[in-house]
Design a protein. Sequence first.
Length: 161
Amino acid sequence: MPARSEKIGNGHAVTIRRMNAADISAAHSLLKESPEASIWSRESLVESVSRGEIWTAEMGGRLAGILIGQMAADEFEILNLAVGREFRRRGVATHLVRAALESAKAAGARQTYLEVRASNEGGIQLYTRLGFQKSGRRTNYYQNPVEDAVLLVFHISAPHP
């Protein structure tokens, strides 16, 4: 997926592109400031970068957000999504998810899955607004703190807003 820039609220531009090794330190810091996201080690980020499974959002030359995913057969899974505090509520997450869905579709995915903390109402609203549907619940899935996961699915062939 080539980098692409789009205007978002207040005339700001967001650039969505695949993450590279130079972004790892900033991505790791961004994950640490995002309690809703899972903290990944630097080594896990390096491995995902080598597989091309991380998208980044940049605003003003700074890393604003990341989305980590993986393909398995004809399914895509969103493993992690984080947006820096100062970049939230600007459409960054929406652009990251849309880019990942487009890439998944191009790679032959028929469905996209994810799980989100049950208390993450903002995340659940984001995904349902983008066309994901609740498909189940995993009891005590998350740790620190222990919490249920809400399972969501997106059918790639369906149009998304």
